[in-house]
Design a protein around this ligand. Structure first.
Ligand code: SF4
Ligand code: SF4
Length: 343
């Protein structure tokens, strides 16, 4: 990666970080789903189907613009498999045009030199691939051997940073593979991390003795990486201990599904379930203060990472006890959508 590009990226991130500390009224990260379909069918996954069509480009561009209107700092495109969307480059470029930090999560199967070149030109900042095993098995085809050529192309061609996430827990058949994956990521010069997989409800299943040992071995390989600001969260999850934190989903972290509805996260779809074009700063303020009962054993890593910016701020309470901070946009005489563009 070019040094100039790296410095520009760090400077942009630092600017977003300072703004996050100064102002709590905007999302730090939104996950945006351009397509629900996936080309794989991992046994533990509840986030894909086999039939959905890509969301039309104009609709997706509008959603990116609406998130920019909410002053969102970063967008992650995920799915399903986001590379199945035929205009992903255009979405990345649009998000970058708003000054956002732009990342994607992919299973890597569709990567090619041409696709990587397109993502470079669009200005992608970061890409994450999760690799579950060395050889494919009945649970997952996200396998080191099958992805090896893609990883080589990434190491040679990508102008964005790359992180390889190895996984433990929730029925991974050969937990030792996680260490092999982490070692290979390091050889290729990628960022590495280890995630504790959640069950179908986003909640923790305890790691076995061998999995805990492997977790420690992978951790000692990693060194400090900016992709793992929340190391103590992961340590607690590996040990089966609850975390004490304030989940700011619905405020600092948004999950916008393929229908344009805003949810807390992939594991709490349906709440609050408000269309993005009607999501306002008042919704952000309400959800910022709302306590999430699922927080102690949550494994949604990105929500935990962004929560670090606010863990020291305002205590939370049950949603029903959050004071009504706002009139609805309609009651305030403000057309839905416009309110997001207010400074
Ligand atoms: S590749 Fe990702 S989205 Fe697709 S089935 Fe596997 S975990 Fe789910
Ligand atoms: S704690 Fe927050 S991120 Fe985790 S499952 Fe609950 S709502 Fe989602």
């Amino acid at each position: 990666m070019h040094l100039k590009l790296k410095i520009e990226r760090m400077a942009r991130l630092a600017g977003h970080g300072l703004r996050a500390l100064a102002d709590q009224d905007h999302p730090l990260l939104a996950h945006l789903i351009p397509i629900r379909r996936c080309n794989l069918s991992c046994g533990y996954c509840n986030e894909y189907d086999a039939v959905s069509k890509p969301v039309p480009l104009e609709v997706m561009l509008r959603r990116v613009d609406l998130l920019a209107g909410l002053r969102t700092a970063a967008i992650t495109f995920s799915g399903g498999e986001p590379l199945l969307h035929p205009a992903l480059d255009a979405l990345v470029a649009r998000a970058r045009s708003h000054g956002m930090f732009v990342t994607m999560i992919t299973n890597g199967y569709m990567l090619s030199p041409e696709i990587i070149g397109g993502l470079n030109r669009a200005g992608l900042d970061h890409l994450q691939i999760s690799i579950d095993n060395v050889e494919p098995d009945a649970v997952s085809m996200k396998s080191l051997r099958l992805l090896e050529p893609k990883l080589k192309w990434l190491s040679e061609l990508a102008e964005f940073s790359v992180a390889i996430n190895s996984v433990l827990g929730a029925g991974v058949q050969n937990p030792k593979d996680a260490l092999t994956v982490a070692r290979r990521a390091r050889q290729l010069g990628f960022q590495g991390s280890v995630g504790v997989i959640h069950d179908g409800h986003g909640q923790l299943q305890s790691l076995s003795g061998i999995e805990k040992e492997l977790y420690q071995a992978i951790k000692s390989l990693q060194g400090w990486r900016p992709v793992r600001l929340n190391r103590s969260f992961q340590d607690n999850l590996a040990e089966g201990r609850p975390n004490r934190w304030r989940c700011r989903a619905g405020a600092r972290y948004l999950y916008v599904d393929e229908n344009g509805l805003v949810h807390y996260c992939s594991q709490q779809r349906g709440t609050p379930g408000i269309p993005l074009e009607r999501y306002t700063r008042y919704d952000i303020r309400r959800e910022y203060l709302a306590e999430k009962s699922c927080a102690p054993y949550c494994t949604v890593n990105c929500a935990q990472q962004v929560a670090i910016a606010d863990n020291w701020r305002a205590p939370q309470r049950a949603l029903a006890a959050v004071p009504r901070l706002d009139p609805t946009p309609a009651a305030a005489g403000i057309p839905a959508g416009d309110i997001q563009l207010a400074p």
